[in-house]
Design a protein around this ligand. Structure first.
Ligand code: FES
Length: 159
């Protein structure tokens, strides 16, 4: 019997105004995508706290995407500029705590870019699958599931 290939667990923080709508469009257009990612809607990419990402990556999530509006299109004017700067620094910090920075992706998707959302998600899932399981393995992954659900609820409450 052949073993099932590694299926990474991915979360995608999507801003309400563009990338979440892009994800929705990809869904209603029935574009083929991996099913092993979970979308967490936030009001802006700048709303994503770096500690959420570190917590996720240390507790069973294998990869995190932060997807916002294209530069210049942020609903809050400069939120995505701030997010881009913040997560560039975070990528460097991840290496210092033993987490491969390639497990974090920051990108931009507009509301009309369902196919772009599909492409970004598919490529990222493939990339993380090649990297293999994240820092937390085994029972940590199981624990991470409940923490991830808690994180989702926290993000929803704060909006
Ligand atoms: S509202 Fe989309 S990145 Fe700010």
């Amino acid at each position: 019997m052949s073993e099932r290939p590694f299926q990474p667990r991915i979360i995608a923080f999507c801003c309400n105004w563009c990338s979440y709508a892009g994800a929705d469009l990809a869904g209603v257009s029935r574009l083929q995508m991996p099913s092993n990612f979970k979308v967490i809607r936030v009001m802006c990419s700048a709303r994503v706290a770096p500690e959420w990402i570190i917590k996720a990556l240390s507790s069973g999530v294998d990869g995190v995407m932060v997807l916002g509006c294209h530069i210049g299109d942020c609903h809050y004017i400069s939120g995505n500029h701030r997010a881009a700067k913040r997560f560039a620094v975070l990528r460097e910090m991840l290496g210092c705590v033993g987490i491969n920075p390639d497990r974090l992706l920051v990108d931009w998707v507009s509301a009309s870019e369902g196919p772009q959302f599909q492409k970004i998600v598919t490529n990222f899932v493939e990339r993380v699958a090649v990297l293999g399981p994240g820092k937390a393995a085994g029972e940590q992954r199981a624990k991470g599931t409940s923490e991830l659900n808690g994180l989702t609820q926290q993000a929803e409450k704060r909006e």
